[in-house]
Write a protein that binds this ligand. Structure first.
Ligand code: FAD
Length: 322
C-alpha cells in the first residue's frame, strides 16, 4: 500500500527556506515511487512561493494563504497541520530543524503519539532499513537510529542533506481554506528581528565569525564586508557577544546557534569546546588567529596565523577580484 509523506514548508522574508528543499530531498531518500508526498505551506501572499515549491516535488502542495498566517504562530500553524494530518493520515512528517520545526515537531509527535527523530544530518537505506544519523554531545559523537513504528516525525538539520532538484512533473497546487481561530491563547504582537545581514546565519553557505579578537563593535565591519563579498553571513563567539561587540543573535555554539556551512571562517576565535559545538560540522574550517597555539587550529582545515585586521581585508580584496 502506498504511504503518505508530509513536508512542512517554511517561508521567511518572502522566500522559501532552503531547509524545506532539504526536507523534500530527505523524503525522496526514504519513500517508494508509489508513495505520495504533500508539502504544506502557510503564509500570506505566497502564491509565487507555492508555485516555486511545486517545482520540487511530484505530489501536491497544500497552500494556506491568509493575512493571519503572515507571522508564525505555533497555535494557529499547529491547528492547520492537525487538519492536514487528519486528512492524510501520513506515514511520516518531515520538518526543518529550525526554530519553527523544533516547536512544531514535538507537538505533532505528541498529537499522533508518534516517534520523533530530531536534528537528522544524514539518511541511509540499508536493505529494508532506513537509518538516520544525528549528532550527540555537541558533535562529539553520532547516533544512528531507526524507527520501529509509524507515524514518524523527523526534523532535518539545515545544510546537511543536499536540496531537492526540480522535477519534471510539478506538484498539484491546492488552495486550502483557512478558518480564523475564534479564540487564541496567545497572539504575536510584534517580531523584532536581530540579524547581521541579508543571509540567514543557519542557512548560509559561508559564515564569517568573529571572536573576542575583533576587539570592538567596529571590529566586526571588515568581517561583514568579507561576508557580503562571499554572500555569506556573520556569526560570533560568545566571547564577542559577552563583550558587547555584537548581538547574541549571532552567537554560535553550545548555547547559541548550530551552523554547518560549506565554509566557516573563524576570526579571532580561540576555539573553546562550547564554540566548536556549534560549528565543528562545517565542511571547511578556516581559522585566522594571531596565536599559533590557539586550539581552533587543531580543528581547522586551513589556518592563517596573523592579525585578522590585516588578513580579512586582504581576503575581501582578493575575493572582490574573483
Ligand atoms: P577568547 O577565548 O578570548 O579568544 C580570542 C582569540 O582571539 C584568541 O585566540 C586570540 O589569540 C585571538 N586574537 C586576538 N586578537 C587577534 C587579532 N588581532 N587577530 C587574530 N586573532 C586575534 N562560547 C561560544 O562561542 N558559544 C557558545 O555557545 C558558548 N556557550 C558556553 C556555555 C557555557 C556553559 C560556558 C561555560 C561557556 C560557553 N561559551 C560559549 C564560552 C566559551 O567557553 C569561550 O569562553 C568563548 O567561546 C571564547 O570566545 P573567543 O574565542 O571569542 O574569545
Amino acid at each position: 500500500m502506498s504511504k503518505s509523506y508530509v513536508v512542512v514548508a517554511e517561508v521567511r522574508d518572502g522566500k522559501l527556506r532552503q531547509v524545506t528543499l532539504e526536507a523534500l530531498q530527505a523524503v525522496s531518500l526514504v519513500k517508494e515511487d508509489s508513495d505520495c508526498v504533500t508539502a504544506v505551506i502557510l503564509g500570506h501572499q505566497i502564491t509565487d512561493i507555492a508555485e516555486q515549491l511545486s517545482q520540487y516535488l511530484n505530489g501536491q502542495v497544500y497552500v494556506y494563504d491568509h493575512i493571519d498566517l503572515k507571522t508564525y504562530n505555533a497555535e494557529i500553524h499547529f491547528t492547520i497541520i492537525k487538519d492536514v494530518l487528519n486528512t492524510l493520515n501520513p506515514h511520516a512528517i518531515y520538518l526543518g530543524h529550525t526554530a519553527v520545526g523544533r516547536e512544531l515537531a514535538p507537538m505533532i509527535a505528541a498529537y499522533l503519539e508518534a516517534g520523533q527523530l530530531s536534528d537528522v544530518i544524514s539518511i541511509e537505506k540499508s536493505g529494508a532499513e532506513i537509518l538516520y544519523t544525528r549528532p550527540l554531545y555537541a558533535g562529539k559523537a553520532f547516533e544512528i537510529k531507526k524507527f520501529t513504528d509509524a507515524p514518524q516525525v523527523v526534523t532535518i538539520r539545515p545544510n546537511n542533506i543536499a536540496a531537492a532538484d526540480t522535477v519534471e512533473l510539478h506538484a498539484q497546487i491546492i488552495s486550502m481554506a483557512f478558518t480564523q481561530a475564534s479564540s487564541l491563547r496567545s497572539v504575536v504582537q510584534d517580531v523584532i528581528r536581530k540579524t547581521s545581514g541579508k543571509v540567514d546565519l543557519t542557512e548560509a553557505k559561508i559564515v564569517v565569525s568573529g571572536g573576542r579578537g575583533v576587539k570592538s563593535i567596529d571590529g566586526f565591519k571588515p568581517l561583514q564586508e568579507l561576508a557580503d563579498v562571499l554572500n555569506g553571513a556573520v556569526g560570533a563567539s560568545r566571547g564577542a557577544c559577552d563583550a558587547g561587540y555584537c548581538e547574541y543573535a549571532l552567537q554560535i555554539g553550545q548555547t547559541g546557534k548550530v551552523v554547518t556551512p560549506e565554509i566557516y571562517i573563524a576570526c579571532g576565535i580561540s576555539g573553546a569546546i562550547q564554540h566548536l559545538a556549534g560549528m565543528s560540522q562545517s565542511r571547511i574550517i578556516i581559522a585566522i588567529n594571531k596565536d599559533p597555539e590557539a586550539p581552533i587550529f587543531k580543528l581547522a582545515d586551513y589556518g592563517i596565523v596573523g592579525d585578522l585586521f590585516v588578513v580579512v581585508p586582504l581576503l575581501t580584496e582578493e575575493f572582490k577580484k574573483a
